[in-house]
Design a binder for this molecule. Sequence first.
Ligand SMILES: [Zn+2]
Length: 367
Amino acid sequence: MSAGITTLDNTVAALAPEARRLFDRLYDVAMSEARIVPPKAMEGWIAGAFKYLAATPEGVLEAIRRQPIIHVANRVTGQATLFNAVRSQRPIEARGEGDLAKEIEGAKAKCSFCRPLEQTPANTFGRIGEAKTCANVAAYDGYHGLVIFEDHSPLRFRHDAFAPGEIADLFATSTAWAEKAHAEDPQARFFFLMWNCLWKAGASIIHGHAQMTVGRRFHYGKVERLRRDALAYAAKYGSNYFDDFVKVHEALGLAARYGSVVALAHLTPAKEREILLVADRFENPGLPEAIWRALKVYAREDVKSYNLAVYMPPLGGPDPEWKGFPCLVHLVDRGDPAAKTADVGAMEMYASAVVSADPFGLAEVMK
Ligand SMILES: [Zn+2]
């Protein structure tokens, strides 16, 4: 049997001593089993609703009666995830893309991003490249801009024609935008680049676009939290947290090399199929292609709605307080756009991520 999240304890037990030491320094694992007792009258429904779990109705019932739960916690950052494959939201019948494509195409007639010069505001320093950027009409922060993609459809990443050069262009455009903001206000140093694809991921406008902000005084809360956790780790162990974090994923078989960028199937994903790209810096020339490859993985996995978020040290030259902090690109699947329920609830907001997709399975697709 190949490695999987349900046998994480065995995989960890088989690690070489050095890798095991690092794993124990970074992670805690608890295995448990949820046992339920369905009444006879429920059996038929269970066999149908969860038929992806086993080949026979009896197999499905057994999988529901005893559900393995794997609780993984990052001791350094507090990020934690509960895995239970039974919670898979996978639709039983493969859903056609027709309705979604129609809805995207139908939004074109009234799409302001298809006419950015008339229907989107500019930032105070203007736009980058004629009409590639605009200001957000309802801003998150003092500096908030958007990169409007050429293609109206946000599902372009699923098409064969989608090329790494498009991500490189996004990087060049967003960097030029952030530098303008930073030049206008040198205290605005904390550049955050993000991309919400479709409404499940928080996008209110269908037309493909990325967003960027530049914050003042300190970085956004989660980025600053990670910086402090990594500093505390370095002070305690005399070792770079991010190097050790990558080593642990490599030892478990959860890493792939995309040129000079490491791609990880994250062991404590925020939600389904989280991929983390670790690059030495945002300017790493191989980073756009690594993102392109990660998006190809998403296309293969039939992901339609996702978030992408980039963590990096502040603008304006090396800052000793950020020494050893790399560039981290997060990608996470936000579920089926046809599903009405939100993919996050009280558990995810206030306790722990709850995830069904197995990072070991994702890693196989990433390699
Ligand atoms: Zn459009």
